[in-house]
Design a protein around this ligand. Structure first.
Ligand code: KMH
Ligand code: ZN
Length: 281
């Protein structure tokens, strides 16, 4: 079991409005400031959704490109762009995200009911996005919202081979209404089902499942994702102040488990990325 702990911060997401949560980082300046604070607190990777001038979710390519560049200039974090976007984003625009040349991209392994909406990830889209990531040298993080997504990952790797760099990193996203529950039992089942190609895994629990999933992941030697994309309260009824506060809590929990946060450079190695910026072989 590795003592190094990857903490990924997912600071914004696509679901929460700025009006409801003014501390949500929605402008580029806010995102860069958040990234710096979270890196200083112990994050190694950032999972990025961007917003437009009205703070609404956006997949605008020039904004995405500027965002990747600004985050690379300001931090050593691995920059992962969301290809999930919002539940309203069309599949062709989600494929275009890779044109912004991130280090990593999220790649969700199946369609999921997402509250009252549907997060659409049909198999042909998954295959197209994966092959595009391979062509571009962008390292995917496979997002697993349900146990069936683990099986789909095994099928994908069997059909198209390994990602750029050869490592396979997955993230269990648990507790979404429509996906697997955010419980220790569900995480144990998911980890047990992972195909042998998987080299590292992390987990995040949405909303009130954040702490059970964090503790269950640490108990099994897994890595962590935290951030205001996934949870907006630090304890029952108490709003999160900042993303750095969530990273600090993950560092504290990791310390109890004798885990040391990874730097951006160590996160790059974990994912099979080259040492400095640029895409994987
Ligand atoms: N916003 C969700 C519908 C991802 O970033 O790839 C999808 C999501 C997953 O957040
Ligand atoms: Zn996301």
């Amino acid at each position: 079991m590795s003592s190094a702990l990857l903490i990924t911060v997912a600071p914004t997401g696509a679901e929460t409005s700025k009006t409801d949560c003014p501390q949500l980082p929605t402008t580029l300046a806010e995102l860069v400031a958040t990234a710096r604070e979270c890196e200083a607190a112990g994050a190694g990777m950032i999972h990025v959704h961007i917003r437009d001038d009205d703070h609404r979710p956006s997949l605008d390519l020039s904004r995405l490109t500027d965002t990747v560049q600004a985050l690379h200039e300001a931090t050593d974090l691995v920059v992962q762009l969301s290809t999930g976007g919002s539940v309203h984003d069309p599949l062709d625009q989600r494929l275009k995200v890779l044109d912004a040349a991130p280090d990593s991209c999220s790649l969700t392994m199946g369609t999921t009911n997402f509250g009252d909406d549907v997060f659409s990830n049909p198999w042909p889209f998954i295959c197209e996005l994966y092959q595009l990531a391979q062509d571009r040298g962008v390292v995917p993080e496979f997002e697993l919202f349900d146990l069936g997504h683990v099986t789909a990952l095994e099928r994908l790797l069997g059909k198209y081979g390994l990602p750029p760099g050869g490592n396979v990193h997955v993230d269990f996203v648990m507790g979404v209404p429509g996906g697997m529950p955010g419980t220790a039992a569900a995480l144990v089942a998911g980890v047990a089902a992972l195909p042998p190609e998987v080299t590292s895994w992390s987990a995040t629990g949405i909303g009130r499942s954040t702490l059970p999933v964090m503790l269950a992941s640490l108990a099994q030697g897994g890595h962590l994702r935290v951030g205001m994309e996934d949870v907006l309260t630090i304890s029952r009824g108490v709003p999160v102040d900042s993303n750095a506060q969530l990273v600090e809590r993950a560092v504290t929990a990791g310390r109890v488990a004798q885990r040391v946060p990874m730097s951006g450079a160590e996160a790059r190695a974990l994912l099979g990325l080259p040492e400095t910026g640029g895409s994987a072989a």
